[in-house]
Write a protein that binds this ligand. Structure first.
Ligand code: SF4
Ligand code: SF4
Length: 241
């Protein structure tokens, strides 16, 4: 189907994301992957590292001619679903380089652009510019768009650790979903979307089979009631992330 298009125009919203830190230009292209195959990709690339590399592969295949980001009202905190909080940023970004656009979005969040793994891996492959000093920006000055009080997703706290150490301890850090039964209406949206079939309804309550769960946070992303909380294992708590 993409082969039949002359150009792809990519129109993401500016949101945080539990697994990939940022839902921006590159992550948005995952929407081009068709239904059930999307779930397969989630299953096969379940950690932030593998999932981000897969997203970069999707970017290589699609390479939009133009990306326009709606960042007028962004989503901060534990986005991209209803667990995030809308925040007025007043930003509209457009350009042909998804790597540069995502770098600017991360900068606007007060984060290091290379902490967003899709940006880092795409830049490593020479697919775009992630160095803020080398990006040509027209319009608003960069220092005017950064918002240091922007709330980053809880799962991104691992980026506070020096990068060489991150690679070692990432395996010990674990975030997982927990159903907040006070908010849950039992709609079963999460049950239908879970790529691992790890969720089910038992005696009227949603339960998660943690032997199957891969912490992809699709359930959190799609829950219409902010009823999926993100919890951390003892090690993650112990090191204060
Ligand atoms: S999607 Fe949310 S509200 Fe619906 S059943 Fe799942 S946890 Fe409950
Ligand atoms: S329970 Fe949620 S986080 Fe776990 S695999 Fe299913 S959708 Fe992903």
């Amino acid at each position: 189907m993409l082969d039949e298009c002359d150009y792809v125009v990519n129109v993401p919203k500016f949101k945080t994301h539990g697994l990939t830190f940022l839902t921006g230009a590159i992550k948005n292209l995952f929407g081009l992957v068709s239904g059930t195959y999307k779930m397969e990709l989630h299953k096969n690339h379940f950690d932030a590292d593998g999932f981000s590399k897969m997203l970069v592969d999707v970017y290589i295949e699609t390479r939009p001619a133009l990306t326009i980001v709606d960042g007028v009202t962004a989503l901060e905190g534990n986005g991209p679903g209803t667990s995030g909080t809308p925040r007025h940023m007043g930003l509209l970004l457009a350009g042909p380089d998804c790597v540069a656009i995502d770098a600017v979005l991360a900068f606007a969040m007060g984060a290091d652009p290379l902490d967003v793994l899709t940006t880092r891996y795409a830049a490593d492959k020479g697919l775009g510019i992630a160095d803020m000093g080398s990006i040509d920006i027209l319009g608003e000055r960069l220092e005017n768009i950064v918002d240091r009080s922007f709330k980053l997703p809880q799962t991104s706290m691992v980026t506070k650790i020096p990068r060489p150490v991150q690679a070692i301890i990432r395996r010990l850090i674990h975030y997982y979903p927990l159903v907040n039964h006070k908010n849950c209406t039992g709609c079963e949206t999460c049950v239908k979307i879970c790529p691992q079939k790890a969720m089910s309804k038992k005696d009227g309550r949603i339960v998660i089979n943690y032997y199957l769960c891969i912490s992809c946070f699709c359930c959190q992303e799609t829950c219409p009631c902010a009823a999926i909380d993100i919890k951390k294992n003892w090690f993650t708590k112990m090191i204060g992330l």
